[in-house]
Design a protein around this ligand. Sequence first.
Ligand code: NAD
Length: 418
Amino acid sequence: MAETNSKRFHEKDREDRIRTVKEFSGLSEDEAEILRGNDGISFGEADHMVENVIGTMAFPLGIGTNFRINGRDYLVPMVIEESSVIAAASKAAKIARKHGGFSMESDESYSIGQIQVVGVNPRTAIPKVLRASKTILKLANSKSKTLSQMKKGAKKVTCKRLETKSGPMLIVELLIDVGDAMGANVTNTMCEGVAPLIEEITGGRVILRILSNYSTRRLVRGKAVFDKEEVGGSKVVADIIHAYNFAANDPYRAVTHNKGVMNGIIAVANATGQDTRAMEAAAHAFASKGGIYTSLTTWKKDKAGNLVGSIEVPMPVGIVGGIINVHPMIRVCLKILGVKSAGELGCVIGAVGLAQNFSAIRALASEGIQKGHMRLHAKNIAISAGVPKEKVHEVAQKMIQENNVSVGRAREMLESGN
Ligand code: NAD
């Protein structure tokens, strides 16, 4: 949604922001009330979710604005503790709108399940497993009625041979269309379900039966054009490309570059109840697929001199399963987003990652990242210096004006009373 109202989203007060989101996404009053409830989860709900619970802990939930993805406007819920991420993503999305926003696409949601077989000669066992593919797939699919009814589920059996220090091993892999779920549990259930059959076929012994988090069969990719003038002119465009090439050629820089991408990706993932560890693990492994860790995004200039960014990243996400159907705030966040499939959610998340990366490298390649970051971080600095709540805004503004945002300066102001 474009910031077309008289007040821009960040200038509205909380109630006005909630009203805007409610109208845009068609939330009910009960759903709006969940947003006002701060953490949206009771002790009882938390106690069912994990073990040894003593409480719950809230993080800020903000809205990424201006996102236009595949011709549709989105308000994007983002949960993150780091200041400046939501503002930076929204700013990038605003610039991208000028040339139509983000064009994104997602693969089918295929997960990969692995079954490790030892005590076999892989060379003779592999043809036996492949010949029994149909029977293996049938057994795997009998473990999920839902996926079978949707004509999804296990689709293919493949095998690979590993030579290891503990001897040769056969790895049987199931390729499973998990539909709109992240699919870890269904994948693990299928792997465990077919393990005895694999042992029978190969005469070997199965040890591990679990999904691979290297989600290379569910990638999201896409691009956006950032107008040369809005970016800051052709020198800034050229410097952003220099910055990208630094990341593309140096893992020390690429890790930080990709951390910026993940700032956007994980914030949306948190808000929508995803397994962020699975996403991080897959993204960083994918960044190393060529043997050297590199950038998850690419940046170049088009013929008109505009900046073109693209991204390709694994996207093991779901809109059903896990805690998604359990956590009331997550359900509201998904309703705000209004996505209808895991693929569409992946497209939004990928676009936010690209937007976030744009803002980070633009700041780095021009004014430096600290000016903007510290402006937005000033209130946190004031709080950590012990400034009382009612004075935080005033002290933060003063530090920004003085261009000296630091705990030391906040303490001085506190002690001198101004
Ligand atoms: P889940 O176990 O809740 O299962 C999702 C279920 O939803 C499916 O089994 C299916 O029956 C049903 N379903 C209904 N409509 C569907 C649709 N349109 N498409 C697909 N399925 C539909 O959740 P999950 O996604 O299998 O597992 C995710 C959870 O597993 C996460 O909480 C994750 O943290 C956890 N996990 C992760 C790992 C790992 O990443 N290594 C390992 C184990 C568990």
